[in-house]
Design a protein around this ligand. Structure first.
Ligand code: ZN
Length: 272
């Protein structure tokens, strides 16, 4: 396969480590050019330090470290404000002036499209329309990413997601032996991410699991805050073999392929 260029568009630093790190490391190891673009510096993330500019700087540093571990050739931040989340999980009422969620789709898409053209990108990775679990900035990544690919004429658009079916089975099973906190409602996952039947790409990334774990670890500010219940902190404690099982696959939906298509490599056009 001749070298191609893949651009991975994410909302905040650490999203790349959780969702697409294995695919990025795999493509880079195969000799393709991998570019990482984030919309925001994630300056309203959870950490020991106060949200703000300083946290944004720390999180960008962590992003560069993660990108280097994964073999990225270029990293860009579009410098929108992190829109944050309301305590209930919806759109935060108090937002910075340049919050990504308030950005004009055409304007933001134009900026991403400029990078896609400059890179002559063959592939753009975005999120599913639900934005995975529904963070408003993630929904915006879907909208802006779709439009940017249209503007730049990028051939392959993949929506990074999670196969919701095994996730739901696992959560229901866990619910029998473990009492979830009252605010944790398994039903919310019934509309998160994507159903198995919609998924077109199942990418086996087990060979790159060490790099994926190292990329997660690079985002230390999101794993070492006072609250040990943080997603990233919990995930990093998962023992090796289980980690490989849970994180050994990455899932994508390519909407211009017929339903039921099953591919194993992001650049594949037909099953091999
Ligand atoms: Zn995010």
């Amino acid at each position: 396969m001749p070298p191609r260029t893949a651009v991975f568009f994410h909302a905040h630093p650490d999203d790349e480590a959780l969702l697409t790190a294995g695919t990025m490391a795999m493509l880079a190891a195969e000799g393709h050019r991998v570019v990482l673009v984030v919309a925001t510096a994630g300056e309203r993330g959870l950490a020991e330090m106060e949200p703000g500019e300083e946290l944004g700087q720390t999180r960008l540093k962590e992003l560069y470290e993660s990108a280097a571990l994964l073999g990225c050739a270029r990293v860009e931040c579009l410098d929108y404000g992190d829109s944050g989340l309301s305590p209930k999980g919806g759109v935060a009422e108090e937002r910075p002036d340049n919050a990504f969620i308030d950005a004009d789709t055409e304007e933001a898409a134009g900026r991403l499209a400029a990078i896609l053209r400059e890179e002559n990108a063959d592939l753009l990775s975005i999120y599913d329309p639900a934005g995975g679990y529904g963070h408003p900035d993630h929904v915006q990544v879907h909208r802006v990413g779709r439009r940017a690919a249209e503007l730049a004429g990028t051939e392959i658009v993949l929506e990074a997601t999670v196969d919701r079916d095994p996730l739901l089975r696992l959560l229901r099973l866990a619910g029998r032996v473990y009492r979830f906190p009252p605010e944790f409602d398994v039903r919310t996952f019934e509309s998160a991410y994507s159903p198995g039947e919609a998924i077109t790409h199942r990418v086996n990334v087990r060979r790159y699991i060490r790099q994926k774990r190292a990329a997660m670890r690079a985002h230390a500010s999101q794993a070492t805050g006072g609250d040990s219940d943080r997603t990233l902190a919990v995930l990093l404690k998962v023992p090796g073999p289980l980690y490989r099982l849970v994180f050994g696959t990455e899932w994508y939906v390519r909407r211009d392929l017929p339903p039921g298509t099953r591919l194993r490599h992001p650049l594949d056009r037909r099953p091999r």
